[in-house]
Structure formats: structure tokens, C-alpha cells
Design a protein around this ligand. Structure first.
Ligand code: ADP
Ligand code: 5GP
Length: 185
């Protein structure tokens, strides 16, 4: 038995996952973020090894071949994956949070049925679009792809254990903290 519990957060691109999670993790210092590997370019302010491990497609494919991922998925022309060794090592130390898409979430659930899956919804479609466009770091083409995928992603919410809405960051973070406290403490 590992020491910690696994929490999976999903939500459409731009809904505010990173923003809310950073608030959650500021409040509960015991939570450990699982750093995914990705082939996407870093956004301004993103740090290698903190937000993601930024790797080339060749390196990513070598990692897949070596069986290093708990799960991985390609969407919006980018591959993202959760390194298994890292998650296991972090679970020995405490509660771990993953930010992955619905395919990743369901694969994690298969591998770790005890994981808690939480889906973040926007208050409305317009707000989601404004947040994604307002971030100002995603090309118009990528925004369209992400919005097209968002509809499918939000339809998956019924398969999650919990659905929360990110209207106000603090309120949404508090709801997630309450779920974590129920499951982990
Ligand atoms: P994600 O990680 O889901 O792609 P981000 O955390 O990058 O989303 O948030 C997308 C944009 O929306 C950012 O500019 C962020 O500052 C803003 N944002 C996030 N949550 C809220 C909120 N509750 N109210 C207003 N703006 C928000
Ligand atoms: P972004 O490029 O905006 O950081 O992330 C885009 C999408 O990829 C989000 O839905 C995010 O949850 C998902 N994602 C990030 N890391 C992983 C991962 O390791 N595995 C999977 N399956 N999805 C991920």
C-alpha cells in the first residue's frame, strides 16, 4: 500500500485547471503535483521539470517503447504522458495530483481504481472561450482545435467522481480541497 492517494483533475483547455490547482497546492503543501512529459513547446513562464518535462517526439516515443508511462495520449497534435515511476515514487511520499485529459483519466482509473477523478467545468461556454483566448499564448489554430475538443471533454464529465465549476478561483479551489480532505484525511 502506498502512503498517498491519487487525485486526477481534468477540464477543457482554458477552464483554469493550472490556476485552481496552484491555489489548491498553496493551501495544502502536502500535495505533490505529477509532472507530465509533453512534446508541446513551453508557454512563457513554464519551467521544464516544474510544469512539464518538455521533450522531443523522438524522446517521447523512446519513453513509450520503454514502457515508462502510466498513461499517455495524443491530442491537439501534442503527446502528453504521465511517467509511472515518478507517480509511484511520489505516492510513497504523499497525496499526488495529476492534470490529465479524459482519456488519461480513464486509463489512470483502470490502472489505479482507487484514484479520485474530478472534472472542472466553466460557468458557461462564453467564459471558457474568453479565458482561452484571453490567455494570449495559444495560436488561433490551436484555440479552434482546443474548443472543438472541449465539447467532447465536457461530455465526459458524467464519468467522473466529482464535477466542480470554476467561476471564482477561491470557491472552486475550496471545493476541491474539501474533496481531497474527505478522501485523504
Ligand atoms: P487551463 O490550465 O485549464 O488551461 P489556466 O489556468 O491556464 O487554464 O487558465 C486560463 C485563463 O483563465 C488564464 O488566463 C487564467 O488566469 C484565467 N482564469 C482561470 N480561472 C479563472 C477564474 N475563476 N476567473 C477568471 N479568470 C480565470
Ligand atoms: P496544455 O497543453 O493546455 O497544458 O494541456 C492540454 C491538455 O492536456 C489538458 O487537457 C491537460 O489536462 C492534458 N494533459 C496534460 N498532461 C497530460 C498527461 O500526462 N496525460 C494526458 N492524457 N493528458 C495530459
Amino acid at each position: 500500500m502506498s502512503k498517498g492517494k491519487l487525485f486526477v483533475i481534468s477540464g477543457a483547455s482554458g477552464v483554469g485547471k493550472s490556476t485552481v490547482l496552484s491555489r489548491v497546492m498553496d493551501t495544502r503543501k502536502d500535495l505533490i503535483f505529477s509532472v507530465s512529459a509533453t512534446t508541446r513547446e513551453p508557454r512563457s513562464g513554464e519551467v521544464n521539470g516544474v510544469n512539464y518535462y518538455f521533450v522531443t517526439r523522438k524522446v517521447f516515443e523512446e519513453m513509450i517503447a520503454r514502457g515508462e508511462f502510466l498513461e499517455y495520449d495524443e491530442h491537439n497534435d501534442v503527446i502528453y504522458g504521465t511517467p509511472a515511476g515518478q507517480v509511484n515514487e511520489k505516492l510513497e511520499r504523499g497525496n499526488v495530483i495529476l492534470d490529465v485529459d479524459p482519456n488519461g483519466a480513464f486509463n489512470v482509473r483502470k490502472a489505479r481504481p482507487d484514484a479520485t477523478l474530478i472534472f472542472i467545468m466553466p460557468p458557461s461556454w462564453e467564459v471558457l472561450e474568453n479565458r482561452l483566448r484571453g490567455r494570449g499564448d495559444t495560436t488561433a489554430e490551436q484555440i479552434e482545435k482546443r474548443l472543438n475538443r472541449a465539447k467532447w471533454e465536457m461530455d465526459q464529465r458524467f464519468q467522473y467522481d466529482y464535477v466542480v465549476t470554476n467561476d471564482q478561483v477561491d470557491t472552486c479551489a475550496d471545493e476541491i480541497l474539501k474533496i481531497i480532505a474527505e478522501k485523504a484525511d
